[in-house]
Design a protein around this ligand. Structure first.
Ligand SMILES: Cc1ncc(COP(=O)(O)O)c(C=O)c1O
Length: 407
């Protein structure tokens, strides 16, 4: 019988972390000592400035619709953020505030894509890009670096461009690899997109969570055309930098015509983001900024510990992440099937990881280091115990004895 559900909707992949969270949650409910290295959000508490701003709005008892594209105070804060972090001055008409960076991206895809259009996405990529493109009846074109590295190659992107290509999406610092792309790549991709008349979507959601003194190159720096014809779009938000994932506030900065169409898409679907949560974002953006540095510092330390622990597992290859709170070690020496490996690690050692397959990197696992140092160390030690045949036959997790009865 013909399904009554949309073909496109049926074809969408379920976000992998949701499935894993469900499985891990069931085990936790049973009292199992699960370690979660699959998470996508820092543990820190919400900045007090955000809480106070939202509380002030709530106690006013005037929580109504706002302009679809965001309240003036938040637009002003975003403009200031863009000036401070990118040295670029934009107008309120260049800013769309959405319910999370994800919603801004979706409004963007809906605003620029026609059926059959193509969007170039390089692997490893954030899981939602291809699915959002598909939701717009367009085609994600995945470019996998031939050298198996984490930085896309300009030539491979150029070779993937066809007459249907509408946009190239770049996410650096990158989820899931933690890579920060080089100046040469960013300069090159800006030039390429300008030359070919393509939208360049920079998903900069992690751009201040960087390590070792690295500064992610800004696409604005290399853009020759910063007029109202520019097809450069920069996406940002408060979710990661201020650990405000549950507040659902993100934004896009782009040319006014595009922002107007995106705003219309938003107006006809979700309307404005919540008035309360917009105020929280104003609080975060205009409040004490040392919050970000302290989060960044914690994550850098966590990164060092995770990489050190992973390097102690023979045959696991790990590229040291330069930003975010993820890394994407290569486990192919142990298993080429990342879904199977991920299930094995959960079953045998109660460690949650995310299969690299979901990010276009089979044979790898995404591990998060946004949890506590204790979790990071014990989590990787448990992985080592499962994989390394030289490990002790038995280990204790809490007061439970686990026996290694496999090769
Ligand atoms: C690369 C990337 N872009 C966008 C988002 C979405 O951010 P938000 O929570 O603001 O929707 C995420 C969240 O995991 C992400 O990793």
């Amino acid at each position: 019988m013909r399904s009554t559900l949309s073909l496109v909707a049926r074809s969408l992949a379920e976000p992998p972390t949701l499935k894993l969270n469900e499985k891990a949650g069931l085990l936790k409910e049973k009292g199992e000592p699960v370690i979660h290295l699959g998470g996508g959000e820092p543990k820190s508490k919400t900045p007090m400035d955000a809480i106070l701003a939202a509380a002030g709005k709530l106690t006013s008892a005037e929580v109504k619709y706002t302009p679809t594209d965001g309240i003036p105070a938040l637009k002003k804060a975003v403009i200031r953020y863009t000036e401070d972090n990118y040295g670029r001055t934009v107008a309120p008409e260049n800013v769309l505030v959405s319910s999370g960076a994800k919603a801004a991206l979706y409004a963007l895809f809906a605003a620029i894509l026609d059926p059959q259009d193509e969007v170039i996405i390089s692997a490893p990529y954030w899981v939602s890009y291809p699915e959002m493109v598909k939701l717009c009846y367009a085609k994600p074109v995945i470019v996998t670096p031939e050298d198996g590295g984490h930085e896309p190659r300009l030539q491979e992107i150029e070779e993937a461009i066809t007459s249907y290509t509408k946009a190239v999406i770049v996410n650096s610092p990158n989820n899931p690899s933690g890579a920060v792309y080089s100046e040469a790549f960013i300069a090159g991709v800006v030039e390429l997109c300008e030359r070919k008349g393509l939208y360049l979507i920079m998903d900069d959601i992690y751009h201040k969570l960087v390590f070792d003194g690295v500064k992610p190159p800004s696409a604005y720096k290399y853009a020759k055309d910063l007029s109202e014809n520019s097809k450069l779009v920069v996406i940002n938000g408060v979710s990661k930098l201020y650990a405000m994932t549950g507040f659902r506030i993100g934004w896009a900065v782009a040319n006014t015509k595009l922002i107007a169409v995106m705003s219309n898409v938003q107006a006809q679907t979700t309307s404005c983001p919540s008035a309360l949560l917009q105020m929280a974002a104003v609080g975060a953006l205009t409040g004490v900024q040392s919050y970000i540095e302290s989060l960044r510092f914690t994550l850098e330390n966590n990164r060092n510990v995770m990489v050190r622990e992973l390097e102690s597992i023979e045959s696991v290859r790990v590229v040291k992440p330069k930003g975010t709170f993820y890394c994407l070690p290569d486990f192919r020496a142990y298993s080429k099937d990342s879904v199977a490996l991920c299930n094995t690690l959960l079953e045998k050692a109660l460690v949650v990881t995310v299969p690299g397959k979901e990010f276009g990197m089979e044979g790898h696992l995404r591990l998060s280091y946004c949890g506590s140092l204790k979790e990071i160390m014990e989590g990787v030690q448990r992985i080592k115990w499962v994989l390394d045949p030289g490990s002790p036959k038995e280990i204790y997790i809490g007061d439970r004895k686990l026996v290694r009865d496999w090769k």
